[in-house]
Design a protein around this ligand. Structure first.
Ligand code: UD1
Ligand code: UDP
Length: 374
């Protein structure tokens, strides 16, 4: 039976985590397999940056992003537009990734059109529907619709089983972010231009320890982001550190970082980075402060300790492996744990182990095998 896969992606992390799967499916070059790639463009610039680097050209672009979009309007728009397109394209299967509004609305639209759904990065749960918000519920909605669940880890598979998903529908594959990371590292290593990208920062701050910071989570908007900026200012009183912060374009974080940190001599505020450049930044940093899901999954490959600026994580494998620690968007804990890592070599060494519990770089291979043979 010919198969027609419809791959839906909307945001930066979806593009990063799906391009290895897209490449692999294309490389199969089979007559009985067709592929439609649809970008919802829930993100515009952040998505385009990854698609260009990965040389992925979508067949459809719904261009839904509006400035400072609300969850309700974004979701309604996605549902309508994806539904209309599914009616036209009539794929045999829809593939979504993760927990974004795009993934959730895409799964729901597929259900309304009675098209089966495969869920990549299935089964991550924090147990708290408000953290991550709205991703915990988004991911659960996708999980309740999908009939093929690609769980990155055994823990994620267990969570699905405990929700009565039958075993034959769960495939433990590893997270495709590790596949993407390996591809990006290879690109950096083979291109002196990319490898030398941060020579300026190294020259200026080389004897300082570089703290890489990313922050964009909706549940941290307002008080949480203010606590984070206050904590960074305190940490920056030390002369021996520099902060590098690629700023997410969401106006709820962008404007605050710009107004509070842009004049500091030891803060490097930069625009969102090409994936390859971000990967190089990770490798030269001393430690990472982040509320990002993907960055939590990537840092252990480089043996970089991660302080997770969230109260819960749906990715506890890093915490369990000892390479990540939850500090919330809490001023005292961010400052105390950062100082501990800067001042206590034993604590640092214990967290700086280079082992990635999220994947081995072969996730897309496993996923494509299942997709083709199901
Ligand atoms: C979204 C996802 C979140 C994911 C994050 C990755 C949802 C509900 N949220 O959050 O799960 O962790 O992406 O980054 O799906 N913007 C731009 N240009 C861009 C991207 C965003 O200007 O390329 C601005 C726009 O003003 C936009 C706003 O950021 O309205 C928010 O974008 P949105 O996708 O709704 O939420 P994120 O916070 O980015
Ligand atoms: N990333 C990037 N450039 C940047 C910051 C992050 O390419 O300037 C990558 C990062 O390596 C990771 C992904 O973006 O793979 C994480 O995206 P984000 O933090 O926006 O979303 P989340 O993972 O929290 O959903």
């Amino acid at each position: 039976m010919p198969k027609h896969f419809f791959i839906l992606l909307g945001t930066r992390p979806e593009a990063i985590k799906l391009f290895p799967v897209i490449n692999r499916l294309k490389a199969e070059n089979r007559k009985d397999i067709s592929l439609t790639i649809c970008a919802t463009a829930q993100h515009r610039q952040l998505l385009d940056q990854v698609l260009k680097l990965a040389k992925v050209v979508p067949d459809f672009d719904l261009n839904v992003m509006t400035a400072n979009q609300t969850l309700d309007h974004l979701t309604a728009r996605l549902l309508g537009e994806v539904g209309e397109l599914l009616e036209k394209v009539k794929p045999t299967r829809v593939i979504v990734q993760g927990d974004t509004a795009t993934a959730m609305a895409g799964a729901l639209a597929s259900y309304y059109h009675r098209i089966p759904v495969s869920h990549i990065e299935a089964g991550l749960r924090s147990g708290d529907i408000f953290s991550p918000w709205p991703e915990e519920v988004n991911r659960k909605i996708v999980g309740s619709i999908a009939d093929q669940h690609f769980a990155p880890t055994e823990r994620a598979a267990r969570a699905l089983r405990s929700e009565n998903v039958s075993d034959d529908r769960i495939h433990v594959t590893g997270n495709t972010v590790v596949d993407a990371l390996i591809l990006a590292k290879a690109m950096v290593e083979s291109d002196p231009g990319l490898a030398g990208r941060w020579d300026g920062i190294k020259k200026r701050h080389g004897n300082r320890r570089i703290i890489l910071v990313t922050c964009h989570r909706r549940e941290n908007f307002g008080g949480g982001v203010i606590n984070i900026v206050n904590a960074l200012e305190t940490i920056l009183r030390r002369e021996d550190v520099a902060v590098v912060l690629p700023v997410h374009p969401n106006p709820n974080v962008r404007d605050l970082f710009a107004s509070r940190l842009s004049d500091h001599p030891r803060v490097v505020l930069i625009s969102p980075q090409e994936y390859t450049d971000f990967v190089s930044l990770l490798s030269l940093s001393h430690l990472v402060l982040t509320d990002s899901g993907g960055v939590q999954e990537e840092a252990p490959t480089f043996g970089k300790p991660v302080l997770v600026m969230r109260d819960t994580t749906e990715r506890p494998e890093g915490v369990e492996a000892g390479t990540a620690r939850l500090v919330g968007a809490n001023y005292d804990r961010i400052v105390a744990e950062t100082f501990r890592l800067l001042d206590d070599d034993e604590t640092y060494a214990a967290m700086a182990r280079s082992h990635n519990p999220f994947g081995d770089g072969h996730a897309s291979e496993r996923i494509v095998k299942v997709l083709l043979n199901a």
